[in-house]
Design a protein. Structure first.
Ligand SMILES: NC(=O)c1ccc[n+]([C@@H]2O[C@H](COP(=O)([O-])OP(=O)(O)OC[C@H]3O[C@@H](n4cnc5c(N)ncnc54)[C@H](O)[C@@H]3O)[C@@H](O)[C@H]2O)c1
Ligand SMILES: [Zn+2]
Length: 354
């Protein structure tokens, strides 16, 4: 088992990475929780596939689990569904000393984590991420949120879990499109922080090889994120480099109304395009965008920039909630493995992107 200790000013907790760990979750939770009631927030897909395994593991250690099952997909990250989750927690008589487990992809993690952070002013929770994206990104760092009609993740908080359990065996059932989606973020970590990870990924040529190396990849990504959030838990400085490719990626996602590209694919496009631009302007070592392209090619991720209306993209970027005092914090690479934040006045973004 690989264990990562996350040391934040407000909280310390472990991320445990091991194939098959889902069967031992009961035993592991016993070490951190001496109550009996547990509410497991999950989605229907995960419940059908793995609900019984988790339930048995909890029952074996004397816990009383109750499952809150939401519909799969982004639509569940809403205020309405959140309210239903609260109702279920009340129905199960979950009190402040009890425990929540979020068991699913990023949707369940964000929704369940936000429920945990607000229900009775906050109760302990544990994350068991099941998608690649959740295992390398969303389950770490404590950002939890729901969407409102004005935009994604506009209502949320920072709320760290008590533990994170990562079982990469669960990825065997993850549909291909979500593997690709997660790989977009894996490539992001390599670009911003690790030439070693970049090289490891470049040598992977099949799904078998990817799965053979998956625990090492997950560990590397979690480690990078852990080190970044330890320096900047509340996302006011260095943590921003995790947004590499995201400013443009988000604009492309919204342009296509979240239908044409997955998040990871849009981020991939954003990383490649921004780096082409920053390279041409001399901010980035020559050849870097080509290296990104090679990796995207390797995983069959589309890198051809779509025929979007650049005025729309520009306007979307300019009203991004992350802009501060007329500036955009644009994340650029010096080279593969090294990122920096460039504060660019909003008025310059249009020229930069041309
Ligand atoms: N909190 C953060 O720091 C953070 C970071 C990145 C993304 N996010 C959020 O994460 C969400 C996206 O997460 P996601 O891509 O995991 O989406 P998701 O939770 O919708 O999962 C994707 C799909 O895969 C299914 N699935 C998950 N694990 C499976 C498995 N092991 N086997 C079979 N099917 C499985 C789910 O049921 C769902 O249909 C977005 O809402 C995004 O805003 C949060
Ligand atoms: Zn992302």
């Amino acid at each position: 088992m690989k264990v990562l200790n996350v040391n934040l000013k407000t909280k310390k907790y472990d991320i445990l990475i091991e194939k098959g760990i889902i069967k031992n979750v009961g035993m592991e939770i016993k070490k951190i929780y001496d109550g009996v009631k547990i509410a497991v927030i999950t989605d229907q897909n995960i419940y059908s596939l793995y609900g019984n395994i988790l339930k048995d593991s909890l029952l074996n250690y004397g816990f009383q689990p109750n499952f809150v099952i939401v519909d799969p997909g982004e639509k569940s990250k809403s205020i309405n569904v959140l309210e239903n989750v609260y109702s279920k927690l009340i129905e199960f008589n979950i009190t402040r000393g009890d425990m929540i487990i979020t068991f699913g992809g990023g949707v369940v993690g964000d929704l369940g984590g936000f429920a945990a952070s607000t229900y009775l002013r906050g109760i302990d929770y544990v994350q068991i991420p099941t998608s690649l994206l959740a295992q390398i990104d969303s389950s770490i760092g404590g950002k939890v949120a729901v969407n409102i009609k004005q935009g994604k993740n506009l209502v949320g908080s920072f709320y760290q879990p008590k533990k994170v359990f990562i079982d990469s065996n669960l990825l065997n059932t993850l549909p291909e499109e979500f593997i690709k989606d997660g790989l977009g973020e894996v490539i992001k970590y390599a670009c911003i922080s690790s030439l070693d990870l970049y090289e490891l990924l470049l040598n992977i040529t099949s799904k078998e090889e990817l799965f053979h190396n998956i625990d090492k990849i997950i560990l590397d990504c979690c480690n990078i994120k852990k080190e970044i959030i330890e320096q900047d838990e509340l996302d006011t400085g260095i943590r921003m480099i995790l947004n590499f490719g995201h400013t443009l990626g988000h604009a492309i996602e919204t342009y296509y109304n979240y239908e044409k590209y997955t998040h990871g694919e849009a981020v991939a496009l954003g990383m490649y395009y921004i780096t082409q631009k920053s390279e041409a302007l001399g901010y980035t070592e020559l050849g870097t965008s080509n290296k990104i392209k090679k990796l995207l090619n390797n995983f069959n991720i589309d890198y051809s920039f779509p025929n979007v209306n650049m005025d729309y993209i520009n306007k979307t970027i300019c009203k991004d909630k992350k802009n501060i005092s007329g500036n955009i914090n644009l994340i650029l690479l010096k080279k593969i493995g090294e990122a920096f934040v460039d504060q660019m006045p909003i008025k310059n973004i249009y020229n930069f992107l041309q």
